[in-house]
Design a binder for this molecule. Structure first.
Ligand code: ASP
Length: 315
């Protein structure tokens, strides 16, 4: 872990806004979230508006309608949102042709008695709610997909064809909320749902403790309820970075895949205003924004020697 991260740990003070998100592309979302809070809009508005910025970026090939299509050439998106103060959540999965899945997820949370809508039901709900939609021209997308990839690869995990924006916000009152959005694994089987819209897997918020979000290979996140696990480690008193590392260590101790092949990356913040991130391999970058600074940082990289006798990390 770099000294920059160490020193920045101390920068974040409790009850000053803190926004943490996955990847460098989260930074623009963080800044929008901070602006939203500064305009006195709500915590949930900050999460939603921040993620909408990333979803709207046409150059982003893993989040939003410009994300990579599935094996049938259709972009199916996953998103969720969770509010700490009332522990409410909403999510959409395998939704097609909706420009802002994060808004659809929020509407599920606020305007239905449900937590999760999937597939065409989710799309029809979003359209009824008046959300921006587009006709899905799967034929055209399919051709583009074949041209770019040469072959659809639903059963192997091709490199660098997925990422998620998970964005966590701590406001000045010490309340926490978060959300995530992704087009998931490029070339996935139609109907595949990843970790991102599953509460406790791709995202978890506990207003008493903190929040965590995931990016990486969803299949390796959702089998372990990994974001929930990160939050539970923070509940035990671990620093967010240690909680992320300990979660990777625990999964790595069970899973026969090499840590590199697990493709696990987590961001986390706690109620005290501390934050951190870790990846099962090196090179996981995340974005951190406060009123004083907005930066892209390197997450801690897990190594096998971090695994203790009980599968936890030894630090
Ligand atoms: N976790 C996402 C999924 O499996 C993709 C990613 O974040 O890289 O759909």
């Amino acid at each position: 872990m770099g000294t920059t991260v160490q020193s920045l740990r101390a920068e974040a003070l409790p009850h000053q806004p803190l926004i943490v998100s996955t990847w460098p592309f989260g930074k623009a979302g963080n800044e929008k979230a901070l602006e939203t809070l500064n305009n006195k809009d709500s915590l949930l508005d900050a999460v939603e508006q921040g993620i909408r910025v990333v979803e709207a970026d046409e150059t982003n090939r893993s989040v939003g309608i410009s994300g990579l299509p599935n094996a049938a050439g259709v972009v199916q998106q996953d998103a969720c949102i969770m509010n700490g103060p009332d522990h409410n959540a909403g999510s959409v999965a395998a939704i097609e042709g909706i420009l802002h899945p994060i808004t659809a997820a929020r509407r599920v949370m606020e305007n239905t008695p449900h937590v999760m809508l999937v597939g065409d039901g989710a799309r029809q709900f979003a359209i009824k709610e008046g959300l921006e939609s587009m006709k899905v021209d799967s034929q055209k997308l399919h051709q583009e997909w074949h041209q770019k990839q040469n072959k659809p690869a639903p059963t192997e995990r091709p490199k660098d064809n997925h990422d998620t924006v998970a964005l966590l916000v701590l406001d000045t009152k010490g309340d926490i909320a978060g959300g995530c959005s992704t087009s998931g694994w490029g070339g996935k089987l139609p109907g595949r749902v990843g970790d991102s819209p599953i509460i406790g897997s791709g995202l978890y918020v506990d207003n008493e403790v903190g929040a965590a979000g995931a990016t990486g290979l969803g299949e390796n996140v959702m089998r372990y309820c990994a974001s929930f696990m990160v939050v539970e480690y923070m509940r035990q008193g671990l620093h967010p970075e240690e909680a992320c590392l300990k979660t990777i260590a625990r999964i790595s101790a069970i899973d026969p895949k090499s840590a590199e092949d697990l493709h696990l990356n987590f961001v986390a913040l706690d109620k005290k205003g501390r934050f951190g991130a870790a990846g099962s391999g090196s090179g996981f970058q995340y974005s951190v924004t406060t009123p004083d600074s907005s930066k892209v940082l390197e997450g801690a990289a897990f190594t096998k020697k971090d695994v203790g006798p009980e599968g936890g990390n030894t630090k």
